[in-house]
Design a protein around this ligand. Structure first.
Ligand SMILES: NC(=O)c1ccc[n+]([C@@H]2O[C@H](COP(=O)([O-])OP(=O)(O)OC[C@H]3O[C@@H](n4cnc5c(N)ncnc54)[C@H](O)[C@@H]3O)[C@@H](O)[C@H]2O)c1
Length: 361
């Protein structure tokens, strides 16, 4: 292929490894470079991932063959590394969240505007078959107008003591829930007007932030959404090789479900049951009649495509950059999701309804 380019991955932890794997599979990518601030870790991860890794960020920024940078470093580094990369003329796919606070998110959006470069945020659920199917069904009018989305997300504690995640200054709204607020915004397709969020006292004593959130959104078109998150009831995973993880977690306290209610029907997504269903409402002389009319389930082998399709997202982003096309999800749209999350944090702190207009620049 003629328009092959070199790429770099900043941050070579779990997610960095996923980005390297996708880059290796892309027909648009030639060489893959990696960056870790600590030289010994750079060398170790470079060997493990089979790429050329360095602790000298300038060598990446000054390399004109590197056209695309994937940022998979800790959240605190996202804004600065996005700015450095874009000012060096690179296209950027940066992992969510857009930094840890409003000023980080604004900085990322500002540098995109100032450079006119390519910036996409890693909200890969837009590429996941489960959530794309919801979007398609809504766009086809199969549930009428979506007016209410409910997300129930209960999981186990897996961030561990003394890690950047448990010690982060940012909350889990950015680190985890931004994905799930983003979907609610995508499906309702109307600006968020106001947010009311609450959190209960922690069960996870060593988190530097709440371990639970109850976030309510009201959209400009009148629709509402709620997101209920608790990070401790699901049974702790001991990586038992005899148990299939999702099968076990389907009934051990883990839940990751959406219910999307429309004026003519409803949709349910259920990660732990590997299932998506659709209801149709009709009128009868006696009552509104509800009927399940569609049900899709899928095998374990297809998990990646149906859930967190980072691989599919990255293949597509490499293609977009190689062909000089714009991002498929605008950074300004991802920013709106971040602002809804910051409004939820503010609502919890100040114990009041927060209008999104309070965040206008
Ligand atoms: N989109 C998703 O579904 C998804 C899933 C997991 C993680 N993530 C995101 O990916 C990022 C990394 O998460 P992870 O699970 O790989 O964490 P991780 O702890 O496994 O890896 C983080 C890596 O970043 C390195 N690092 C620390 N400071 C750095 C810096 N200044 N510059 C570059 N690297 C630095 C660490 O040494 C480590 O190797 C986070 O932003 C996280 O939110 C996204």
């Amino acid at each position: 292929m003629e328009n092959k380019m070199d790429v770099a991955v900043l941050g070579l932890g779990g997610m960095g490894g996923t980005h390297v794997g996708a880059a290796k599979a892309s027909p648009y990518i030639r060489n893959i470079y990696g960056y870790e601030p600590d030289p010994a870790r750079a060398a170790l991860r470079g060997r493990e991932l089979g790429i050329n890794a360095t602790s000298d960020l300038n060598s990446i920024m000054n390399n004109p063959e590197i056209k695309l940078v994937y940022i998979a470093s800790i959240n605190e580094a996202h804004a600065e590394q996005t700015e450095t990369s874009m000012r060096a003329g690179k296209a950027v796919l940066c992992e969510k969240p857009m930094g840890i606070d409003l000023s980080d998110a604004r900085r990322m959006l500002a540098v995109e505007k100032a450079t006119g470069g390519f910036l996409q945020i890693g909200f890969e659920l837009h590429y996941s078959q489960m959530y794309m199917t919801v979007k398609e069904w809504i766009d086809e009018g199969l549930i009428g107008t979506p007016v209410n989305t409910q997300c129930r997300y209960y999981c186990s504690e897996f961030h561990l003591k003394d890690t950047w995640r448990s010690k982060s200054k940012g909350t889990l709204i950015g680190e985890k829930l931004s994905h799930y607020l983003d979907l609610q915004r995508w499906w309702i397709n109307s600006p968020v007007d106001e947010v009311f969020s609450m959190n209960a006292p922690n069960a996870v004593s060593y988190f530097n932030h709440p371990d639970n959130h109850q976030i309510n959104l009201r959209f400009k078109n009148g629709a509402v959404s709620s997101l209920n998150f608790v990070m401790y009831i699901g049974e702790t995973d001991h990586a038992d090789p005899l148990l299939e993880m999702l099968e076990k977690q389907a009934d051990d306290g883990h839940y990751l479900q959406y219910h999307i209610f429309g004026t003519k029907g409803a949709i349910e997504t259920d990660v732990f049951r590997r299932r998506i269903r659709r209801w149709e409402f009709s009128d009868s002389p006696k009552q509104l009649v509800s009927k399940i009319v569609e049900k899709i389930s899928f095998p374990k082998a297809e998990d990646q495509v149906w859930f967190h399709n980072t691989h599919g997202q990255n293949l597509r982003v490499a293609e977009l950059v190689a062909k000089g096309l714009p991002p498929e999800t605008a950074a300004s749209d991802s920013y709106e999701t971040m602002v809804a999350g910051f409004a939820a944090e503010k609502s919890e702190r100040e114990r009041r309804i927060v209008k999104l207009s309070e965040f206008q620049q």
